[in-house]
Design a protein around this ligand. Structure first.
Ligand SMILES: *[C@@H]1O[C@H](CO)[C@@H](O)[C@H](O)[C@H]1NC(C)=O
Ligand SMILES: *[C@@H]1O[C@H](CO)[C@@H](O)[C@H](O)[C@H]1NC(C)=O
Ligand SMILES: *[C@@H]1O[C@H](CO)[C@@H](O)[C@H](O)[C@H]1NC(C)=O
Ligand SMILES: *[C@@H]1O[C@H](CO)[C@@H](O)[C@H](O)[C@H]1NC(C)=O
Ligand SMILES: *[C@@H]1O[C@H](CO)[C@@H](O)[C@H](O)[C@H]1NC(C)=O
Ligand SMILES: *[C@@H]1O[C@H](CO)[C@@H](O)[C@H](O)[C@H]1NC(C)=O
Ligand SMILES: *[C@@H]1O[C@H](CO)[C@@H](O)[C@H](O)[C@H]1NC(C)=O
Ligand SMILES: *[C@@H]1O[C@H](CO)[C@@H](O)[C@H](O)[C@H]1NC(C)=O
Ligand SMILES: *[C@@H]1O[C@H](CO)[C@@H](O)[C@H](O)[C@H]1NC(C)=O
Length: 887
């Protein structure tokens, strides 16, 4: 290290010509309060005036949580909430940034016993495919802050939390700050902050907005040093933008004749280090014979900088352009007066970093973007491992991928096989796959793909195996020319279902005719088995994929309710007997009266189709056709029907506790539905609807989702009723069908009403209205209200920022406010006038489940720590027509 002379140290001076300090605002900052709900929430932190927002747009996974309320007063708001990651090995935040720009990245972790386990976790932090650091939380209220300076080479940046043991990773806040490109230069790698210190006798941190880059400066003073300070403003205008509070104070030795000493130890003895020291003369040297001059040496007298004279009220930064290291990790710096100096040495601030080598290259960027597109095209967000870089680190490679890892570290990993078997893919085979040019093997079997075998497969030269089997809707007839040639010359294997005829002959015949050998035997056995099972247990549709083409997929979670024993066709006299001559009326539906009945010792509801009903018969047939095929825990089951000339009847399982609307209104007696019960009902109804949209083949639109169509059984399980208006619509081609507009005013999707185009998003709209009713217990339309329609009224009331103004007062504020916000926000997304911007039902189910979990967690946890007045205050950005609550 003897070669290190002062000429290797660069001196950065502030130049008077740059005296105009550019006012820098935080517009380029990314400040995430992780786990902040609602997900478009934001606020201005009181101490720093930094504007934090929720992290929801930057990550797909994790659960929001918050620290134990008893600690909140001690900390700034950005650490009150956090996001934890109980699922998956690696969970990643994803940012879109400017390529080749330098950022300061800061993760803050405050455990605060958010999970009530009193067990501070440990886990790893990654930057892209490279490990950044290990995070080890030392105590319940020991915060941990990790900061690095990193040049973003691509437009994308991923920050990942990786589970390393039993404990669950979490993060409280994540902040990104752009830095000047020409500061903190390294020969290679990024910089991990070890310390950033200034000298002050007051124990206050310095950060934004005194530091325009929002670096955090920690005050430091030991008994060997004392503080010098000035009121005069210091010229800090070199590239490093040292904040005024740092520049205006300095350390000098307590004993003038002693040198100034600073030392530290890096636990990683192999670490390469960069050290930045900031100096300014902050004493008036008006007497001509006063001089401050000193030598800086380190580790037993090695020269760092000699004869240094701090500039008069002007910052000079000294740093080493080449990394240094110390064999034992110790760094001892000595600042000693030179012979001509009349004043002791001084220093205003310094920063210590160690180099993080970014050895692992990311996967080929075109392939990464192809994978990301495949993920979105087929909505594979449920794949927990599909986060971060697809191939690296190898340990966290995306499930279903295989990659090649070139031995030379200069080349990126490439994707060589893709297995998406049984991943619920639907639609056509995406051309994005062709961008995976190194693919050898591709398995798309057992999905619901449609369309044909795409031509682009021809261009993928390395392909050896293509598996397209188990995609009943895929048209296998035409194989691209070159593909066929490769198959013929046995270079490539294509596995596919045998071509089926378009005719509607029985599936047994079709399959028996097309397969051969043992396999055929197995399939036939399976069919026989299925058919037999079906005879015995008719409430379940067959489960084997090979015979389900065109029929409804079975749901293993389907109802086990004892009354659904058989699908049956009844005679009118049986109906008379069942209902005891229609003695007890349960209610009147759109198509007729519903009577109570008894069938095989079980109660049933018998809906008689009124003779006057205009499209009666058609609706009846539609409902029978559908309901006999659809079975799901959260859909009201059809027990049987009667089709005797003019007498049409549907016999349903009996829902003892009536509909949601009357329960909400208290017409059923009993208690007010608690928030938890409401959430439970919402989740269940949403699951029923999700099944109609995604579980059925072909998918169905309910078309009349409303609170009176959500029924509760004796155990208050919710089920969706009334498929009278449901109509199958095709999946292929158009995503919606023209139909006669039907539905209930107030619940009707305005886009559907206007355009007459029906899609499942119309149900999402109606479901949003249901959610608003669940929260508010207000009528959907009320002409006497400021805003008659419920969604306009909610949006109007929320301009005050106070959720309580809309929540059903009967709940007596016994709910998790964050959860209510989340539901309201979700509901408003569902009723977005543009159907494209509404969420899908799986998303709705997920959000509601999260909310239910929050509520259950709250109920299980001590109620009194979540005192209503102390709960997190937050505001919503104006983008959704809300204004933050005035403080
Ligand atoms: C906070 O920042 C905003 C804009 O960045 C500014 O208008 C406001 O005056 C600041 N408030 C304080 C207390 O500094
Ligand atoms: C990262 O986010 C961008 C938009 O912010 C998105 O386009 C991209 O698909 C995301 N990448 C991954 C891997 O999720
Ligand atoms: C920043 O500097 C690097 C080299 O040091 C250069 O490659 C890059 O283009 C610069 N980026 C910007 C935004 O100026
Ligand atoms: C919060 O901390 C207090 C005191 O340590 C404890 O009694 C309480 O149970 C905690 N609350 C939760 C929700 O864990
Ligand atoms: C500065 O010089 C004056 C005379 O020129 C002398 O009296 C004084 O002691 C000197 N001060 C110091 C600190 O050397
Ligand atoms: C640095 O100083 C410490 C004591 O502060 C001493 O133990 C250590 O040996 C010194 N290291 C070097 C490299 O001089
Ligand atoms: C140092 O700066 C102060 C104020 O900026 C000035 O009064 C003084 O004369 C300067 N001294 C020298 C030696 O430049
Ligand atoms: C200061 O450093 C120079 C060059 O390294 C050296 O010649 C000189 O003796 C040093 N002075 C003191 C007081 O240490
Ligand atoms: C001290 O100052 C005198 C006069 O300015 C100069 O000649 C001499 O070289 C200086 N000594 C050192 C060690 O810098």
């Amino acid at each position: 290290m003897k070669f290190l002379h002062e000429f290797l140290l660069l001196l950065i001076l502030a130049f008077a010509i740059f005296e105009l300090v550019q006012a820098q605002d935080q517009t380029e900052f990314i400040s995430l309060d992780c786990g902040l709900v609602p997900k478009d929430g934001s606020y201005r932190e009181k101490l720093t005036n930094i504007s934090y927002k929720s992290d929801a747009d930057f990550i797909d996974s994790g659960l929001p949580g918050k620290i134990n309320d008893t600690y909140t007063t001690r900390f700034q708001q950005q650490v009150w909430a956090m996001r934890s990651f109980p699922e998956g090995q690696r969970n990643c935040y994803n940012f879109s940034l400017t390529a080749n720009k330098k950022y300061l990245i800061r993760g803050t972790f405050l455990y605060g016993d958010y999970d009530g386990l009193n067990r501070p976790p440990s886990f790893d932090l990654y930057i892209g495919p490279n490990k950044w650091t290990s995070v080890s939380i030392l105590g319940v209220i020991n915060g941990s802050v990790h900061e690095m300076i990193h040049v973003v080479t691509k437009k994308r940046l991923e920050v990942c939390l990786v589970k390393t043991g039993e404990t669950t990773p979490f993060i409280s806040s994540l902040e990104l700050r752009p830095l000047n490109n020409n500061t903190y230069l390294t020969q290679r790698g990024s910089l991990i902050m070890v310390a950033r210190v200034y000298f002050s006798s007051t124990p206050s941190f310095v950060r934004y907005d005194e530091d325009v880059h929002d670096r955090t400066w920690v005050p430091y003073l030991d008994n060997k040093n004392s503080v010098l300070s000035t009121d005069v403003s210091v010229n800090t205008d070199n590239f490093y933008d040292v904040p005024q509070p740092v520049a205006k104070t300095a350390a000098v030795p307590a004993n003038r004749s002693e040198p100034l000493k600073i030392d530290w130890i890096l636990d990683d003895i192999t670490a390469q280090s960069y050290i930045y020291m900031h100096f300014a003369e902050i004493q008036n040297l008006d007497e001509a014979n006063d001089t401050r001059e000193f030598n800086i040496t380190y580790n037993d007298g090695q020269a760092w900088f000699s004869y240094f004279r701090p500039q008069n009220f002007t910052i000079t930064t000294i740093y080493n352009p080449r990394a240094v290291s110390s064999p034992n990790g110790n760094f001892n710096f000595t600042f000693a007066m030179t012979g001509n100096s009349t004043l002791p040495p001084l220093i205003n601030g310094f920063e210590i970093y160690k180099v993080l080598d970014l050895e692992q290259l990311e996967t080929d960027q075109d392939e990464v973007s192809a994978m990301v597109n495949i993920k979105t095209t087929y909505d594979l967000s449920k794949k927990v491992s599909w986060q971060g870089d697809p191939c690296v680190p190898r340990l966290y490679r995306w499930e279903g991928l295989n990659c090649s890892y070139p031995p030379s570290k200069a080349e990126p990993p490439r994707i060589i096989s893709l297995n998406l078997s049984g991943s619920n893919l639907s639609g056509t085979i995406t051309p994005e796959i062709s961008k995976l040019t190194q693919l050898i093997e591709i398995d798309l079997s057992n999905n619901d793909l449609s369309g044909g075998i795409p031509d682009f497969l021809d261009t993928m030269n390395l392909l050896k195996i293509i598996n397209l089997s188990g995609n009943p809707k895929l048209n296998n007839n035409s194989v691209p020319i070159y593909l066929q040639k490769k198959i013929d010359s046995k270079i490539l294997t294509l596995i596919r279902d045998e071509t089926r005829k378009k005719s509607t002959s029985s599936p047994v015949a079709a399959i028996a005719a097309s397969v051969a050998g043992v396999f055929a035997l197995l399939v036939i056995l399976a069919i026989v088995f299925v058919v037999m099972r079906r005879k015995q247990k008719n409430n379940e549709a067959p489960g084997s994929r090979s015979v389900t083409a065109g029929t409804v997929k079975s749901d293993t979670r389907s109802s086990s309710s004892s009354i659904i024993t058989k699908e049956r066709k009844f005679t009118y006299s049986e109906v008379l007997k069942m209902t005891n001559n229609f003695v007890r009326v349960l209610g009147k539906g759109g198509f007729g009266t519903v009577y109570h009945g008894n069938l095989d010792d079980a109660e049933v509801a018998v809906k008689m189709l009124s003779h006057s009903s205009a499209q009666g018969y058609k609706e009846f047939k539609a409902e029978v056709e559908l309901l006999l095929r659809v079975h799901h825990r959260h859909l009201v089951g059809l027990v049987g029907y009667c089709d005797n000339g003019d007498n049409l009847a549907l016999i349903y399982e009996y829902m003892a506790n009536g509909d949601l609307r009357e329960n909400m209104l208290g017409k059923r007696g009993g208690n007010v539905l608690s928030w938890e019960t409401r959430m439970q009902i919402a989740v269940e109804a949403a699951q029923g609807l999700e099944y109609l949209h995604n579980g059925c083949r072909p998918p169905m639109v309910h078309r009349d989702v409303k609170t009176t169509n959500i029924l509760l059984n004796e155990r208050s399980q919710a089920k969706l009723a009334d498929f009278g208006l449901s109509r199958s619509f095709p999946v292929d081609g158009e995503s919606h069908v023209m139909t006669v507009v039907a539905g209930t005013p107030g619940y009707l999707d305005p886009e559907y009403y206007r355009t007459n185009w029906l899609s499942e998003k119309s149900d999402v709209y109606s479901f949003g209205i249901v959610l608003l009713e669940i929260v508010t217990n207000q009528p959907v339309i009320d002409k006497n209200r400021e805003r008659p329609h419920i969604n306009e009224w909610v949006a109007f009331m929320l301009t005050s920022g106070d959720i309580r103004s809309i929540v059903d007062p009967k709940l007596m504020e016994d709910y998790d406010k964050n959860c209510v916000w989340k539901v309201v926000e979700l509901a408003l997304a569902c009723v977005n006038p543009s159907s494209n911007r509404r969420p899908t039902m799986p998303h709705v189910v997920m959000e509601l489940n999260e909310c239910l979990a929050l509520e259950i967690q709250r109920k299980q946890g001590s109620q009194d720590t979540y005192t209503k007045d102390n709960s997190v205050e937050f505001s919503i950005s104006s983008a959704s027509d809300f204004a933050p609550r005035a403080r």
